[in-house]
Ligand binder design. Sequence first.
Ligand code: ATP
Length: 237
Amino acid sequence: AVAAPALSVSGLCKTYDSGHIALKDINLEISKGEIFALLGPNGAGKTTLISVICGIVNASSGTVTAAGFDVVKDYRSARSIIGLVPQEITRDAFETVWGTISFSRGLFGKPPNDVYLEQVLRDLSLWEKRNSQMITLSGGMKRRVLIAKALSHEPDILFLDEPTAGVDVELRRDMWNLVRSLRDRGVTIILTTHYIEEAEEMADRIGVIHRGELVLVEEKQELMRKLGSKQLTLQLA
Ligand code: ATP
């Protein structure tokens, strides 16, 4: 038997109130434990797509099912198995790192699990900073906290919106290692990126989004082969 997909997106459309059509008929299935990269230039609709999938932005039409839960009709259940690492830096200025992530876990109604949270902080090289206030951390460290926060409630599916935009080489490498180790633990990962090298480095499959349309979904090797043999060109600028 074929396992149910971790994520199923069908006929998804989004038109903003401004009239801007940000997503056009997106259809996509992602398997449990897969790393899927959404690749596209600025303004292509990557953030909109993951925001709609996570249920924080309403779709105009279409459906999203995450681990069997309808994201619109059963938002609470769906949200509890989803972790989202947003692009922007957190605003919890005066909270400590530990306070931030334990509070976040509580928001999802999960009982405390200090052993788990300690492991998350150690994996992200944040353990030494656990008692630091957020405001005192560097941009890179704040990014790490965003990831820790998204993992605080032990999600099955993790969305990372441009996780390595503007981060240094060390953090980028840590991020890649973290994503792989999460996948090895069965977490499904969807990330957005502008960089083909990053998609190539990390993903099992790559989806290319252009002006709100998912123009291509391929196994990584197949996409790289087509690009290499010039059967395909991508405009990502
Ligand atoms: P980037 O790589 O720059 O983050 P993106 O691929 O994530 O881009 P989106 O942020 O999803 O793209 O934006 C897609 C389009 O929708 C853009 O043209 C953007 O201006 C528009 N858009 C995004 N949010 C809104 C909004 N709240 N109201 C109106 N238009 C919006």
